[in-house]
Design a protein around this ligand. Sequence first.
Ligand code: NAD
Length: 409
Amino acid sequence: MTSIETAERYFHLAADVMDLSSNMRRLMLTPLRQVKVQIAMHRDNGEIGTYIGYRIQHDKARGPMKGGLRYHPEVNGEEVLSLAQLMTWKTAVVNLPYGGAKGGISVDPSTLSEGEMERITRKFVDEIHDVIGPDKDIPAPDMGTGAQHMAWIANQYEKYHGFSPACVTGKPVELHGADGRVEATGRGVAIVTEAALRELRREVKGVTVAVQGFGNVGSYAALILHEMGARVVAVSDAFGGIQNPEGLDIPALMEYMKETRKVEGFPGSDACKNEDILAAEVDVLIPAAIGGVLTGENAPHVRAQLIIEAANSPVTPEADEIFEQKGILVIPDILANAGGVTVSYFEWVQNQQYFRWDIDKVRVELAKRMAEGFGKVFQIAAEKKVSPRVAAYVLGIGRVGRAIALGGI
Ligand code: NAD
C-alpha cells in the first residue's frame, strides 16, 4: 500500500464513523495547491546538480498552512501529499489555528557539503517564496533538516519580503527561534507515553522502552523518558542498533553521538539489528525514524504492550489490524508527534508579538495542549468504541469540516 493509500484509508475509516458524504470527503482530501520545482545548483566540484523540490499545501480552512521540509532521497510527490494531509488533521487534533502542508527535496543530504546544503536551500526558497509566508504557509524542520536550514530559509525569504521571522519555525534560538523547539516533538512523545501508560494503569517509572531512530525526535523522547524514570534498553539509527537490558545511559549516549554521529560502539552496550529493536521484549516501542516500518510481516513478532508513533506513518494498516487483534495499544502519529508543531506554533506567536517566552512557559503550555488532545482523543474513542487512531481522525476531520462549513466554500 502506498503512503497516500495508507493516509486515505485511515481518513475513510474515520469518515465512515462520522457518516461523511462522498462530496465532503473529496473536498477534504483534495489538496489546495501542489508545487513541484526544479532546483539547480553548482556542486563544489564544478558540476551542475539538478534536484526536484516539493511544497504541497493541503488545507487552510483553520488558518495558515503548516508543515515540515524533508530532505531525503525517497521524497516524492505522493509521499509529500500524504504527509501534508497528516498535518491538516494533526494541527486540528491539538487545536492549533493552522491548516496542513508539507515539502521537501529529493536528495540524500549526506552527499552534500555544508555549502551545497545552503545553496540548495536558498534556491528552493527562490522558487517557492511567493506561496509561503507567515500568513500563508510556514515551513519547519523534518527529516534531514534542522535549525540551520530554517535560518537560511528565513534569511532568503527576507531578501524578497523584508523582516519576517514568522515565515518559518524551528529557527536557531539566536535567530528568533523558540526555547524548547528542538526537544519539543520528543517531549510531546514522552508526555503522550506517560498518559497512555496511565490508561494501561501503569507508571513511567521502571517501564522498559525501545526506540527506533535516534535523531531529533527519538533522542529527545528517549532522554525525557529516561529522566522520568523509564529504562530505555534499546535504540537504533540507520546504521544499526545497541542494547543493554539494564538500561542505556541516554544523556551519555547523546554526548557520544555528538562525536560519532552513530549509536554503534557506545560503551556498555551490545550491538543489535534494527529488526531486533522492533521485536524487543519491552513495554513500550517507539518507532521514531521513517514510515512503514511496522508491517503485516513483522507485526506478529512485536512484544511491546504500547506503541507510540513518534515518526509519521510508521505502522502500516495491515500491522495496525494485527496490533488491534493482539490488544496492543497504538498511539497514532497525528497525536503522538504533535509536540513539534505545537511548539512551532508558540515560536510563530512569539515572532508575531516580538516577545520571548521562557522555557518553563513553553513546557507548561506544551504539556497542556498535549494533555487536552490526548483527553479528547480518548474520550471520542470511548464514546464511539473506536481505536485511538480512528478517534484522532474523527477529532481532526470534525474540526476541519466545521471550519469549512462555517467559512463557506
Ligand atoms: P532525523 O533526521 O533527526 O532522525 C532520523 C533518525 O532515524 C536518524 O537517527 C536516522 O539514522 C534514523 N533512521 C533513518 N532510517 C532508519 C532506518 N531504516 N532504521 C532505523 N533508523 C533509521 O529526523 P527527525 O526529525 O527525528 O524525524 C524522525 C521522524 O519523526 C520522521 O518520520 C519525521 O517525519 C517525524 N517527525 C519529526 C518532527 C520534528 O519536529 N523533527 C515532528 C513530527 C514528526
